[in-house]
Write a protein that binds this ligand. Structure first.
Ligand SMILES: Cc1ncc(COP(=O)(O)O)c(C=O)c1O
Length: 401
């Protein structure tokens, strides 16, 4: 048998890993409550109608060929306008590339910028792709602590202490997956200062930017005057179209990133282009009505309030309050007392016993994610109540046996 590459051996993705045992239960006819999927369209959210109509119309109008590799100029213009209006940041057409989701943008960027043994500072806990893809390229993901007691804000002193000659960039995810943290302006500015002092760029993942419940999200590029910032954004979350696989990258700098940006565009040309018919619908997503965003946030705020209250009332569980995105990241206070060795044991036991599916925190960071689990706040209130009822009896049973 031919051997798979060494590079591929470490590739595993916690979020999808837990799905296999859940499928086995389903096969036995058992209903599982899914609190694991970061896909709003799997719950009671749908792509706005005018965007669906625009997709059909674009196909009818004949936009079915390849697009330029960096994206359709009209979409690039619409992105430029959004950035100008929302964040007062100016981009040129050549600063942006449309990609197959943020996932492709981050895969291309890390391949264009990281050599083996170089280091990338990533939040702990993080969206797992950042550590995974960094490792695939032989580079080293270095986790900086986010502080649970401060609603998971990044620990500035820790970031400072981790910088070495090999550090190639600092990743911010704001609002954050898996914690739901919304970063304060002060924290973002402090990280910008560190990046400026060390001449390294910030990679800012802002895919959840308009999904906030109490405050507003500050785009890193809007606060960084002369520090290079690479921003990821996309349509999966805010425009409720994750299956369409549409994202983009924006480079903002004064020449420091020329080499990396050129490398990015070379690789982007080699993969031809992002889905062209969807790009035409995305123009309408950005330029058309934005009313759905308030509706989504109002729904999520109620579900966040419910999840925050219920989870903190359950014995052995505590949680910080998320301010954005659609996740909550509770702590399993009494892992040992409950008889679990790890958070993954807890998640699997919860699935097998109570039929509630979450994701183990160590899948998001072995150090700063362990002893936690991630749940989505996307299900309706009835389903959330049911899931928390089941979790509550499960905890009572385990802690008293
Ligand atoms: C922080 C973050 N970045 C990127 C992605 C992937 O986005 P896309 O669907 O655009 O590939 C996700 C998906 O969950 C995410 O949480």
């Amino acid at each position: 048998m031919l051997k798979a590459s060494k590079r591929s051996q470490d590739v595993s993705y916690a979020i999808r890993e837990v799905i296999l045992p859940a499928r086995a239960l389903k096969k036995q006819g058992i209903d599982v409550l899914h609190l694991n999927i970061g896909d709003p369209n799997k719950y009671d959210f749908d792509t706005p109608q005018h965007i669906k109509d625009a997709l059909y119309q674009a196909a009818q109008d004949g936009y079915n060929g390849y697009s330029p590799s960096e994206g359709e100029p009209e979409l690039l213009q619409a992105i430029i306008q959004r950035e100008q209006k929302r964040n007062a940041v100016h981009y040129d057409l050549s600063d942006i590339c449309v990609t197959t989701g943020v996932t492709e943008a981050l895969q291309i960027l890390l391949s264009a910028s990281l050599d083996p043994t170089e280091e990338l500072l990533i939040p702990g806990p993080t969206y797992p792709q950042y550590s995974l893809i960094t490792k695939v390229y032989g580079a080293v993901p270095v986790s900086y602590r986010c502080i649970e007691e401060k609603n998971w804000q990044p620990d500035i002193d820790h970031i400072r202490s981790l910088l070495t000659k090999k550090t190639k960039g600092i990743v911010l995810i704001n609002p954050n997956n898996p914690t739901g943290a919304l970063y304060s302006e002060k924290v973002i500015k402090e990280i910008i200062d560190i990046a400026g002092e060390h001449g390294i760029p910030i990679i800012s993942d802002e895919i959840y930017d308009d999904l906030t419940f109490d405050g507003v999200q500050h785009a890193t590029a809007s606060l960084a005057k002369d520090v290079p910032v690479i921003t990821f954004n996309g349509f999966s979350k805010v425009y409720l179209m994750p299956g369409w696989r549409m994202g983009y990258i924006m480079f903002r700098h004064q020449g420091e990133l020329d080499d990396i940006q050129e490398a990015f565009m070379r690789i982007a040309r080699s993969r031809l282009c992002a889905n062209s018919v969807c790009q035409h619908a995305c123009i309408h997503a950005l330029k058309g009505p934005q009313d759905h965003i308030k509706v989504v946030n109002d729904k999520l705020r109620k579900r966040r309030d419910l999840a925050y209250k219920r989870l903190n009332e359950i014995p052995g569980i505590s949680t910080a309050k998320p301010d954005g995105a659609f996740y909550i990241f509770p702590k399993i206070e009494q892992l040992q007392e409950g008889g679990w060795k790890t958070d993954k044991d807890f998640v699997l036991d919860l699935l097998q016993t109570a039929h509630v599916l979450t994701v183990h925190g160590s899948g998001f960071c072995a150090t700063y994610g362990k002893d936690h689990f991630r749940a989505v706040i996307l299900p309706n209130e009835h389903t959330l109540e049911q899931a928390f009822d089941k979790l509550e009896s499960f905890m009572k049973k385990r802690l008293h046996s």
